[in-house]
Design a protein around this ligand. Structure first.
Ligand code: NOJ
Length: 760
């Protein structure tokens, strides 16, 4: 897009907002200003506020003369839109805003939204990677920097965080969230919302956040994207909703629906979710945007007979803004005219959208986010890149390290093999906002710069995909094995091989479900070929979902999970491989032994027939051909040092409602390197009116200790922390026996017990 051309075509627009009555902000929620606007707006203008479009047409060229693009263009040039997505850059956003405001007689600015999930131009680790850091401050920092860069480039609103709990590695979008656990997801979600929005939404360094996809999307059947979701009220309230509720409590400005149906109702029209839960129970005052085109898809789901029905059901249920489908634009006027829809429903949705625009400060100055100087100053700023490196290395999970292969020794002759060694693009991950293609630091570059005097040998071995690769491309898997011979030769001459394998980064995210959790293409064959000539392998993985690493776990001495770490990937990986940084990441999701175990998660129910692999009878809840537990469990990750956790103590054996249970323990670094450990606290509620999981994460602390150092760690639990959605449909704790487990993974084996007393 050539922004200057736009400015010349439309001229320096007459600025509508200046002519409009400037609202005065003397109420917290801008009620008077909003009412004044509603009183002055026509129905058509109101519907415009509920309409969001993407820039499908070439906005710098001549206006399109037919089809939907003409309609979109007309809406923009007539000032009849509420928001646009994917318009970025100060010049573009300014030019579009001017064009819109010139025609909008009330001076209502457009909102510009973007999927800035893990960075804008500086890219941070993809969300599942970042969650592996279990470092909430770092996660908040990455969101703050993402906001600062996005806001500097004219963007007001990010479609993040995605807080969908997911337990199915087949689902490509598992990469976009914080994994399988509701508590961890909620903590990460709050860190992100606070990072994006800061204390003041109207600051030109913060942007509005969006909790998505409300709700249950991570439970799409068989891990197939857009698929049906069917779950109990218990699972909905205990597992899926807590991260969304945490976002509301943290003040998130907006929510997004999803593409799926939940228990027979498309979420776009889900009145129980959007009215009862979100607005009535939780008191959410922001607005809800549909997912892209999902208003239209209500008819495809089979809930509405036609698109007019889709529009009516969606708006009435509480989907305030129609992203992309123009269904509100086409049908709401007629629905009001025919008496099928009350205009007050439209007014309510418009009010919610206007409120967010006021809060962003856009009525004071619609160009407050358009400052070319700030854009130049902040995009890829050195301090942002530094933060990206620091968060990236914290996100790496050491899965296995036998024979002390890691950290690497300079004495060894090291071969660097694999398609991801010199790759500068895949590490950026999918949903890369305005990250520059192939701009990541590769592993090769990272190691060269860490140890410049070392001679590394290299062979690519094979590729992963060939041809065009992007969010929109169908990927073509690369099956070429012609590089194997060279890889074997290089491996045979080395003492040790660092082998970098994994997925193409566009194999995860939307519409990227897989049924095989293996290394795509011929990479497994390459691994076996190299292993045959040199088994001293450090396997460095990049992937957007848990893979089945059973073969590797049996044979490969060292395995490092890096996910996709963003712009500074290679430096971060080099920091860990060379020992400059002691790995501290922990898995936010179980790694299965087989795809057949999915969905797999640590906080499963006991069942009536619990057991383990050594169970004496065959009639227990397991498999006859595989273990039931994970290969690498939730919360697991190694360090180059050793930690022990001991002295688990409770301050009382009976927790009385209103009082505090203090759990204390001692963490000791018994190894010979400084490092971080993530101490994790789980509970089990042994009896409930509805059944509860065998373990639930209730707290964690990431602690740094020097070798030999020990520290007393305490956690506090109250009755509220033990509450759940009971069989009576209430969120409350039930008295009875509880266990507490402490450790450094979900397998935590220190245990203590207490009673929760009945309320006095
Ligand atoms: C569809 C995705 O489901 C959603 O997460 C995203 O924010 C929108 N498209 C906009 O790109």
């Amino acid at each position: 897009m050539k922004p200057l051309a736009l400015v010349t075509i439309f001229g320096v627009a007459a600025i509508g907002w200046l002519n409009a009555q400037t609202p005065n902000h003397n109420t917290t929620h801008y009620e008077a200003e909003i009412q004044a606007l509603l009183d002055a707006m026509t129905l058509e203008e109101k519907i415009g506020q509920l309409t969001q479009i993407s820039n499908h047409f070439d906005i710098t060229g001549p206006p399109p003369d037919e089809g939907e693009n003409k309609i979109r263009y007309d809406l923009l040039s007539k000032g009849l839109l509420g928001a646009m997505l994917n318009i970025t850059g100060t010049e573009n956003t300014r030019a579009i805003q001017e064009m819109h405001l010139k025609a909008n007689r009330h001076g209502i600015p457009l909102l510009f939204g973007l999927d800035a999930l893990h960075g804008y131009e500086t890219l941070f680790p993809v969300p599942i990677a970042e969650a592996s850091s279990w470092d909430l401050e770092a996660i908040s920092t990455s969101a703050r920097i993402t906001a600062r860069e996005s806001a500097a480039a004219g963007v007001h609103w990010t479609f993040a965080p995605m807080v969908d709990v997911s337990r199915d590695a087949r689902w490509g979008r598992i990469m976009e969230g914080a994994g399988e656990d509701p508590y961890l997801n909620a903590q990460v979600a709050v860190a992100k919302v606070k990072g994006f929005q800061g204390d003041d939404l109207s600051s030109n360094a913060t942007i509005a956040a969006c909790a998505k996809h409300f709700a249950g999307y991570g439970f799409a059947e068989a891990g197939r994207d857009y698929n049906t979701v069917d779950m109990s009220r218990q699972t909905l309230h205990n597992v899926v909703l807590p991260p969304f509720k945490a976002c509301v409590d943290a003040g998130v400005a907006t929510f997004m629906g999803g593409y799926h149906e939940l228990n027979g109702v498309p979420v776009t029209t889900h009145a129980y979710l959007l009215q009862e839960v979100l607005r009535e129970d939780w008191g959410f005052e922001g607005f809800v945007v549909s997912d892209y085109n999902s208003v239209k898809e209500v008819a495809s789901h089979g809930q509405a007979a036609d698109l007019s029905g889709s529009a009516a059901l969606s708006l009435q249920a509480g989907s305030d803004m129609d992203m992309g489908s123009l269904t509100y634009h086409y049908h709401l006027q007629e629905l009001v005219a025919s008496g099928q829809l009350d205009e007050s429903v439209i007014d309510q949705a418009v009010a919610r959208i206007l409120r967010v625009k006021f809060e962003l400060g856009l009525f004071d100055d619609p160009y407050r986010y358009c400052d070319a100087e700030r854009e130049k100053r902040w995009l890829s700023a050195p301090e942002h890149q530094e933060a990206a490196r620091s968060i990236a290395r914290q996100s790496i999970v050491l899965l296995k390290n036998e024979q002390e292969l890691l950290p690497l020794s300079r004495q060894n002759r090291i071969a660097l093999i694999g398609p991801l060694i010199k790759d500068k693009d895949n590490p950026l991950g999918s949903w890369r906002a305005r990250g520059i293609d192939s701009s990541a630091v590769s592993i090769w570059e990272g190691l060269q710069s860490a140890w410049p005097d070392t001679r590394w040998s290299y062979a690519k071995g094979c590729g992963i995909t060939t041809g065009a690769r992007s969010f929109r491309d169908r990927l073509t898997i690369d099956y070429d094995t012609s590089g194997f011979a060279e890889a074997r030769r290089v491996a045979a001459e080395a003492d040790l091989v660092v082998l970098a394998l994994g997925e193409d980064c566009f194999m995860s995210a939307e519409a990227r479900s897989r049924v095989h959790l293996d290394l795509p293409g011929v990479q497994q064959q390459l691994l076996e070929a190299v292993y045959e000539v040199n088994p001293n392998i450090v396997l460095v993985l990049m992937n957007g979902r848990p893979l089945d690493l059973s073969w590797m776990d049996e044979r490969i001495p060292a395995i490092v999970e890096t996910w996709f770490l963003g712009s500074q990937s290679g430096h971060a990986i080099a920091d860990v491989l060379t020992g400059a940084y002691n790995p501290s990441g922990k898995l936010p999701v179980c790694f299965p032994r087989s795809v057949g175990q999915l969905p797999l998660y640590y906080s499963q129910k006991n069942t009536g027939r619990p057991g383990d692999e050594n169970h004496p009878h065959i009639f227990w809840s397991g498999y006859i051909d595989e273990r039931t537990d994970a290969l690498y469990p939730f919360g697991y990750g190694l360090s180059y040092t050793e930690f022990t956790i001991s002295d688990l103590k409770l301050n009382t054996s009976t927790l009385t409602p209103g009082e505090i249970l203090t759990v204390s323990l001692t963490l000791t670094n018994t190894g010979n390197r400084a490092g971080h450990e993530v101490v994790q606290l789980y509970t089990r509620d042994h009896t409930g009116s509805s059944t509860l999981p065998v373990r639930e994460l209730k707290g964690f602390q990431k602690v740094f200790l020097e070798p030999g150092q020990r520290r007393k760690i305490t956690f506090e639990l109250t009755e509220a922390d033990l509450a759940f959605y009971t069989a009576h449909g209430k969120w409350e704790a039930e008295p009875g026996r509880f266990s507490v487990f402490a450790g450094n993974s979900s397998k935590a084996d220190l245990e203590a017990e207490f009673e929760l007393a009945a309320p006095r």
